[in-house]
Design a binder for this molecule. Structure first.
Ligand SMILES: [Zn+2]
Length: 148
């Protein structure tokens, strides 16, 4: 089993904190042609800064959107802004659900879905992580604009 590194790494471009991703995520996200350049897929980090062009990096290597098979929803150029890659929830879907229900049971819905689990964030989400924190951020962003 992959052992997630605890320490945060800094993106060489935007200088913001990034997190380590599993080689499983790298293998699932990067185009085959690009993957061939690496002896192994360990040690990569993911940068989630919306306006930073870095997706993954390690040492002198930087991976951009064009090297990936999927659109990275966390980035500002994303057309869809997909948040939950396991159940195909986009930012627009989520905001719609939130505004409709005026509450935030959306995280519970996600937990329920995860129980009957077809969830596979490590291979499906470019961040390699569960989207619940991303959903929390959207909720907080909305809360700062509207009063629930
Ligand atoms: Zn960055």
């Amino acid at each position: 089993m992959f052992n997630m590194q605890k320490q945060n790494t800094i993106c060489p471009l935007c200088k913001q904190k990034a997190h380590a991703v599993s080689n499983i995520t790298i293998k699932a996200m990067i185009k085959k042609d690009k993957l061939k350049e690496f002896p192994n897929y360990d040690g990569f980090n993911f940068c989630k800064t919306p306006d930073c062009t870095t997706i993954y990096f390690k040492k002198e290597v930087i991976i951009n959107q064009r090297h990936l098979i999927k659109d990275v929803g966390q980035k500002e150029w994303s057309k869809e802004h997909k948040v939950c890659y396991c159940f195909n929830w986009t930012k627009t879907n989520i905001i719609g659900k939130l505004l409709l229900n005026k509450n935030t049971n959306i995280l519970n819905q996600l937990k329920e879905k995860k129980k009957n689990s077809k969830c596979n964030c490590i291979e499906k989400n470019p961040s390699g992580k569960c989207c619940s924190n991303d959903i929390k951020e959207i909720i907080n962003e909305l809360k700062s604009k509207f009063i629930f």
